[in-house]
Write a protein that binds this ligand. Structure first.
Ligand code: SAH
Ligand code: SF4
Length: 405
């Protein structure tokens, strides 16, 4: 016994080394992310978009045109609580100042180039940004209650190439800026006319945000964090951090910061329980293998029994859906406050996978449930309007390519 412990790794030293390696990786990820920066919020006519500025930046912009800092609170209220897009509607502001603001600033919204509402009420938007780039946003209403989730994109394309994901076939064009991330939520809310922002516990149609659209949010952390801070600000949209979930394919070095700085819920795109298989279907696993990912989940600060980590698991027939896989899954996540979302694979043209059979899904779910984890089977929504992430954008590109020159 003594001999074994003499050779055992010394935890404190190793923890220190691991921590500094993580810090180096974190800096590398942030530096790389900056290479894919979004365009500035300045229009060709010199006006600046106010959406997406932090409170401090908004104050600076107002002071730069000779206004007093107290205006920040007033304008923030009009932007994010009232949701106005026209300075002339800011009735607490005198007309001459309204005109001055309109000369220097705009209140931007992405342009909805396609809006499709499915038979099941899911609404999918294709938004075009100022430089012509496009990303998808989906609103998924809760069938039983007057509330729903807005699924937001964080990047145009994705650097990762998960084999089951349609976005993974599109190379990363660029990161979305804070204005474009908040703008997706605000434009979706425009579409339902849900302004002013409901306060406190007042029911809201657009009640939660899931960062699960196109792109890897932890590869665009700074813009995502800035956008989420705007959305959580109590004097504006005021969504609680409990109502926001970020989904990551496993960018381990950014997970701690996300938890401590934003405190939002975490969803992990696990999809496989063995490194050899996960290396193949979620190639980021080659950098951050399952053990490191699970360890980061165990220390995620915002996780508790009341706020569980969601493990997403896409069910691919004959690939990752065996009962042995299910048993390994529950062994891996034992002790983590967690639930498991089983996602039937949504096929797209050119994909090689097939969805698991109903029977296999049910068997898998039963094993997970018997181990004490909620394991809802997330029924595909909006099938009739191309549900899998990244499909609408490609469809629109295809249409454009086929238009006569
Ligand atoms: N990049 C992040 C967030 C966006 S992808 C991540 O990977 O977590 C979010 C989710 O889209 C994936 O977890 C996966 O569950 C889902 N998804 C992608 N392709 C899909 C498909 N063909 N069918 C069903 N769900 C899919
Ligand atoms: Fe990127 Fe997520 Fe799709 Fe993987 S699943 S390619 S990380 S968007």
């Amino acid at each position: 016994m003594t001999a074994v412990s003499a050779h055992a790794p010394q935890p404190p030293a190793e923890t220190g080394l691991a921590a500094s390696l993580t810090e180096v990786e974190r800096q590398r990820i942030l530096a790389k992310s900056a290479l894919f920066a979004p365009p500035t919020g300045m229009l060709p006519d010199g006006r600046r978009d106010l959406v997406g500025l932090s409170r401090e930046e908004l104050t600076d912009a107002l002071v730069a045109i000779g206004e007093k800092p107290f205006r920040t609170k007033q304008i923030w209220h009009w932007l994010y609580h009232q949701g106005v897009t026209d300075f002339a509607r800011m009735s607490s502001i005198a007309k001459p100042l309204q005109a001055k603001l309109a000369e220097r600033f705009v209140i931007g919204r992405p342009e909805a180039t396609t809006v499709q509402t499915s038979n099941d009420e899911t609404r999918k938007f294709l938004f075009r940004f100022r430089d012509g780039q496009e990303a998808e946003t989906v609103y998924i209403p809760d069938r039983r209650e007057d509330r729903g989730a807005v699924c937001i994109s964080s990047q145009v394309g994705c650097t990762l190439s998960c084999t089951f994901c349609h976005t993974g076939t599109q190379k990363l064009v660029r990161n979305l800026g804070a204005a474009e991330i908040v703008g997706q939520f605000m434009a979706a809310r425009d579409s339902y006319g849900e302004w002013p922002s409901p306060r406190g516990e007042t029911p809201r149609l657009l009640s939660t945000i899931v960062l699960m659209g196109m792109g890897e949010p932890l590869y665009n952390y700074e813009n995502v964090a800035k956008a989420m801070k705007i959305v959580m600000d109590g004097e504006g949209i005021g969504l609680s951090r409990r109502r926001i979930t970020l989904s990551t394919s496993g960018v381990v070095p950014m997970m701690d910061q996300c938890g401590s700085e934003l405190g939002i819920n975490l969803a992990i795109s696990l999809h496989a329980v063995r490194n050899d298989l996960r290396d193949e279907i979620v190639p980021l696993n080659r950098k951050y293998p399952i053990e490191e990912l699970i360890a980061a989940c165990r220390r995620y600060p915002a996780a508790s029994n009341a706020r569980r980590i969601t493990f997403e698991y896409i069910m691919l027939r004959g690939v990752n859906d065996s009962e042995a896989d299910a048993r390994e899954l529950v062994r891996l996540i034992a002790g983590i406050p967690a639930k498991v979302n089983l996602i039937p694979f949504n096929p797209w043209p050119g994909s090689d996978y097939r969805p698991s059979t109903r029977e296999q899904l049910a068997k898998f779910a039963q094993i997970v449930m018997d181990a004490g984890f909620a394991s809802p089977i997330r029924m595909p929504r909006g099938r009739d309007i191309l549900a899998a992430c990244g499909q609408l954008r490609t469809e629109s590109q295809r249409e454009r390519r086929s238009l006569p020159a």
